[in-house]
Design a protein around this ligand. Structure first.
Ligand SMILES: Nc1ncnc2c1ncn2[C@@H]1O[C@H](COP(=O)(O)OP(=O)(O)OP(=O)(O)O)[C@@H](O)[C@H]1O
Ligand SMILES: [Mg+2]
Length: 345
């Protein structure tokens, strides 16, 4: 996978924050080249759809300036329960070439959208117990959503080299940072502003993915409602900054209500996977909320860690290590995207 030349910038276009990560391939492993974030005004992206593309282009350009991004090539990802379908299915044994040709036909019965409206991709996992069958992961993304993102990214001056999905980016960054234990079921749970991306790995292999439309915007909303605050002030309060007339304790107890709701959704998603989970790895901005990981561990009853996406990545001295360590869990998807190289699968 050694790749000369500049690697693409992993650009995670979330509904709450833009995140950019670039990694350099060195002989000693990956080295951090670039990491930056930019908050987005609310309601530019709703339910995975771009609502205000002009302002999103402006924000992308602003991030590009702020982070001094020199590379034009980017890897982006699409998430969202309404535009991405990932399914593990059983298909008749065939080669990769054969499946490439018949994928549309094979996928049709599994995809709830018109097959003509989606981009399809697949990965053959291997043979199944039943003879003549193989295990395949099917990925279908609505084409109009992909095109929306590609055109915004292009408009902002970038060249979109890779379009990935959040849960795979999370799996990729997890793999380079953590030892795979063959007898362990690990749930990677990325909780952003408006979405949860879940990917369950069984002995390091993805066996279940699910996205839900719930996120840390719930915290912001309860704070706004309870204390009559603007979005911006509520966001500050959520990060633990002092806000006039609201005590941190009051804020915390109101936020716990939202946390309960989010954790309820995580727990329902975990139930769809009918096996025991041994470990939860949290990422996304929601995992930065004080006490949130502890609440997850308590409610779900499973050992819970916050992902360190840069654990095995060398961080040069020019970076503010404290800031990076603090924000790193939010960068998990962008870092996973930054691992992608043109032409790989
Ligand atoms: N330091 C912090 N402390 C607490 N919450 C934070 C902090 N930083 C960000 N958040 C919250 O995390 C969310 C943003 O996280 P993230 O960047 O993972 O989401 P996103 O990718 O933009 O959203 P989504 O993927 O759901 O579209 C916001 O709701 C924000 O308020
Ligand atoms: Mg996100």
């Amino acid at each position: 996978m050694f790749f000369s030349g500049r690697s693409p910038v992993g650009l995670d276009i979330g509904s709450g924050f833009l995140k950019a990560v670039q990694l350099k391939d060195t002989k000693g492993g990956y080295e951090l080249e670039l990491f930056d974030t930019l908050p987005l005004p609310p309601e530019l992206i709703v339910d995975g759809s771009i609502i205000d593309s002009l302002r999103l282009v402006d924000s992308l350009k602003e991030l590009s300036r702020k982070a001094r991004i020199k590379t034009r090539d980017v890897a982006i990802s699409i998430a969202g329960h309404s535009s991405v379908i990932i399914k593990r299915v059983s298909l008749p044994d065939m080669s990769e070439e054969e499946l490439s040709e018949s994928i549309k036909f094979e996928a049709e019965q599994y995809i709830p959208f018109d097959i003509e409206d989606v981009n399809l991709d697949f990965q053959i996992l291997g043979p199944k117990e039943e003879p003549g069958q193989m295990d395949v992961i099917l990925v279908a993304v609505k084409r109009d959503i992909i095109n929306e993102y590609i055109s915004v990214v292009k408009e902002a001056g970038f060249n979109c080299q890779v379009v990935d999905v959040n849960s795979f980016a999370l799996e990729n960054i997890y793999e380079i940072n953590y030892e795979i234990e063959s007898d362990k079921n690990t749930a990677i749970v990325n909780i952003g502003a408006s979405t949860i991306n879940m990917n369950i790995l069984k002995g390091g292999v993805s066996v279940f993915t699910r996205d839900s439309a719930v996120g840390s915007n719930l915290h912001t909303e309860v704070l706004q409602r309870e204390f009559n605050l603007t979005y911006e002030v509520a966001e500050r309060l959520k990060r633990g900054e002092p806000v006039e007339n609201v005590s941190p304790q009051d804020a915390m107890s109101v936020m716990d209500l939202a946390s309960d709701e989010i954790i309820g959704e995580v727990s329902r998603s975990l139930e769809y996977f009918h096996e025991e989970i041994n470990e939860v790895i949290l990422s996304g901005g929601c995992s930065l909320i004080k006490e949130f990981p502890r609440l997850v561990a308590g409610k779900i009853g499973v050992e819970t860690k916050v992902m360190q996406p840069f654990k095995n990545i060398r961080i040069p001295k020019k970076f503010d290590v404290t800031y990076i360590e603090e924000m790193a869990p939010m960068a998990a998807v962008a870092a996973g995207l930054a691992l992608r190289r043109p032409g790989d699968r």
